[in-house]
Design a protein around this ligand. Structure first.
Ligand SMILES: Cc1cc2nc3c(=O)[nH]c(=O)nc-3n(C[C@H](O)[C@H](O)[C@H](O)COP(=O)(O)OP(=O)(O)OC[C@H]3O[C@@H](n4cnc5c(N)ncnc54)[C@H](O)[C@@H]3O)c2cc1C
Length: 398
């Protein structure tokens, strides 16, 4: 009798959810010929998004947040660099830009994309989102480019959540440093943060939102609350209230939505386009297809790296359980807390319901995120970047 064909597990996406599903399954099966594990992703690096705003503002080098898949994945990696085009759950196959792949178990972890909230297409082209490594490079190039052309930046950041707050704080420090680098003593520049809500950081306690607003205002950032950007011209931003703000850099950090689900037959999605999953993270009618990370809609599990890691691990564990003919587990999400940084020396954190703000929170933010960077070598590189920033001007190279 011939040997049975190995069970094929296919993981789509090498972000937080996909890579941790891979780690979980690789740990169990890398020496087991009865299971084959393949990872497919459009990028051959893992992007550590929590430090992306620092790449956009010269604080951390781009190679220190984009870790090559081959350097972080353990031995015997079967990796295919390709874009996923469609998933046929009846045929159990995935169509990609380099061909079709069959599976017995699928982990779908393609993440999310920028949500422009109905901004006209022409205006979408004028704003600079902060979602990918290329986005961060473009923002940095634009800021540095203005100084090289002798123009002063009029920056509008859209979005009062953690990403908007973090990027406006870092942009402030970067602009101050660029002024020194380009020997500009005093010149009019402006930084404005526009957000639709009544207060900053709606996911944090009101106290932290207030503290963050005070720090930003002290640094000269204008905060426009209860207003939305409805259009963007060549050198201005138009708000729903009718107000116009002069702007030559518009950074869009207003939120994300899931990619359109490429499933055949179609799957059920929520208002953010996320695919509705069961409590064990698989599709309602298909216990062999797991949806994890930003792509998955499950009660109040947030679209964060923290949740994506937990979901990726849990999906990996449930696949292993199914293979071993053990009952799958219900995914229960334990939220450890949230943090945001406010440039050098300041941050806010909420852990176990306790708010922290200031230097201690900044230390907490840095040590926590450093511990989450994958790989010892990468941790050291990020630490070196941060240490250099204390003593030297930030990088202006593209
Ligand atoms: C600027 C920024 C800062 C953030 N800061 C924090 C933070 O401080 N803390 C926190 O918890 N969360 C943070 N987040 C949110 C966090 O990044 C996401 O929740 C998390 O990345 C979701 O993980 P994921 O695996 O679902 O998606 P992702 O990490 O986005 O991974 C998706 C993967 O799929 C690949 N992919 C996408 N489309 C295709 C396709 N068609 N074909 C093949 N491959 C594809 C991508 O290349 C990528 O490898 C931040 C997000 C941003 C944008």
């Amino acid at each position: 009798m011939g040997r049975r064909a190995p069970k094929k597990i296919l993981i789509l996406g090498a972000g937080f959810a996909g890579i941790y599903a891979f780690f979980e399954l690789h740990g169990r099966y890398h020496k087991d010929p009865s299971v084959s594990l393949r990872l497919i992703s459009a990028t051959d690096y893992f992007l550590f998004t929590p430090l992306l705003h620092e790449v956009a503002t010269g604080g951390v080098s781009q190679e220190n947040v984009a870790f090559d898949i081959y350097s972080i994945a353990p031995c015997c990696l079967d990796f295919v660099k390709a874009r996923v085009e469609s998933v046929d759950t009846r045929a159990k196959s995935v169509k990609t830009t380099v061909g079709e792949f069959e599976y017995d178990y699928l982990v779908y972890a393609l993440g999310s994309t920028t949500n422009f909230f109905g901004l006209p297409p022409a205006a979408q082209k004028r704003v600079l989102p902060l979602k990918t490594l290329a986005d961060a490079r473009v923002i940095k190039a634009r800021l540095v480019g203005l100084f090289k052309n002798g123009e002063m930046p009029h920056v509008v950041v859209v979005g009062g959540g953690p990403t908007g707050v973090e990027v406006v704080a870092e942009a402030h420090e970067y602009i101050e440093e660029l002024m020194k680098t380009f020997r500009i003593l005093k010149a009019p520049h402006a930084l404005t943060l526009v957000h639709a809500g009544s207060r900053l950081l709606p996911n944090f306690s009101a106290e932290l939102g207030y503290e963050a607003a005070q720090v930003l205002k002290k640094r000269g950032v204008e905060i426009v609350a209860n207003d939305r950007v409805v259009d963007v011209g060549r050198d201005e931003v138009i708000l729903a209230s009718g107000r116009r703000l002069s702007a030559n850099v518009v950074i869009w950090a207003a939120g994300v939505k899931a990619h359109p689900a490429p499933f055949n037959p179609a799957v059920e999605t929520d208002a953010k386009g996320r695919i509705i999953v069961t409590e064990s993270l698989y599709l309602k009618n298909d216990a062999h297809v797991f949806i994890v990370g930003d792509a998955a809609a499950l009660s109040d599990v947030p679209m964060t790296a923290q949740a994506a890691v937990a979901m990726g691990r849990a999906a990996g564990d449930n696949i292993a359980r199914d293979i071993e003919r053990e009952p799958m587990k219900i995914f229960s999400y334990w939220h450890k807390g949230d943090m945001f940084s406010l440039g050098q020396w300041f941050a806010g954190a909420e852990i176990g319901g306790w708010p922290f703000f200031g230097h201690f929170a900044w230390w907490l933010w840095r040590t926590t995120y450093l511990s989450k960077v994958i790989g010892f070598r990468n941790k050291i590189k990020v630490m070196v970047d941060w240490t250099l920033n204390i003593f030297l001007p930030r990088d202006i190279g593209i």
